[in-house]
Design a protein around this ligand. Sequence first.
Ligand SMILES: Nc1ncnc2c1ncn2[C@@H]1O[C@H](COP(=O)(O)OP(=O)(O)O)[C@@H](O)[C@H]1O
Ligand SMILES: [Mg+2]
Length: 223
Amino acid sequence: MLELDKICKRFRPDGVALFQEVSLTVRPGECVAVMGESGVGKSTLLNCIAGLEPIDGGEIVLAGRRLDGLDDDAWAMLRRRRYGFVFQAFHILPHLSLVDNVALPLWLLDDKRDNARARALEMLAAVGLSARADEGPGKLSGGELQRVAIARALVHRPAVVLADEPTGNLDPDRAGEVLTLLLDAVREVGAVGILVTHSPVAAKQTDRILRLTRQGMQEAVSE
Ligand SMILES: Nc1ncnc2c1ncn2[C@@H]1O[C@H](COP(=O)(O)OP(=O)(O)O)[C@@H](O)[C@H]1O
Ligand SMILES: [Mg+2]
């Protein structure tokens, strides 16, 4: 369970609150969509949840453990072990094969190479790319690159998966199936999934839709 309790974020030097009193509880295996105007602080919220930005009030609790207040090293270790990230721009390393891109988080956790490869192949199979495991990413389409990124984000069975506009660079035909793979993978490992998206169609695929505004976070009322 991930619990945000009235978290607040300001940016110096003016100190005006970007958002305040944002509260949210997400269960393992549940995936929520966060929508909201450009510039309202959605990406910053994900950064706060991942300890990449300090918060200015409130609490972040993961599986009963208070995270706000951890030092940088503890956050870095926690991100490596317990977090998976999916970005709009994929961030697949061009000089590594697909299987090595996916195995990378396991190498960083000191998993044995053979085990890491076996698990990475399992994840590539889950996203339909096992036949191309030893190829480089050079010839892949955007949708295929994002499938590799999803495999990489989930390979170490993280507790929290943060996805910032993961289908923002994909054409609508591909976006739905890529999102289905992401949501299935999040449910399969029992992670907390938080998906930032502008797309109402994408948001509808999740379990719950939330809207971030200056006043905080609200459950979106379904039409
Ligand atoms: N490190 C920072 N210092 C100061 N302002 C920032 C910083 N990061 C983001 N901002 C500002 O916070 C606002 C929210 O940004 P962001 O979280 O990227 O919004 P969103 O993802 O909802 O579009 C923007 O106005 C942005 O310029
Ligand atoms: Mg953003």
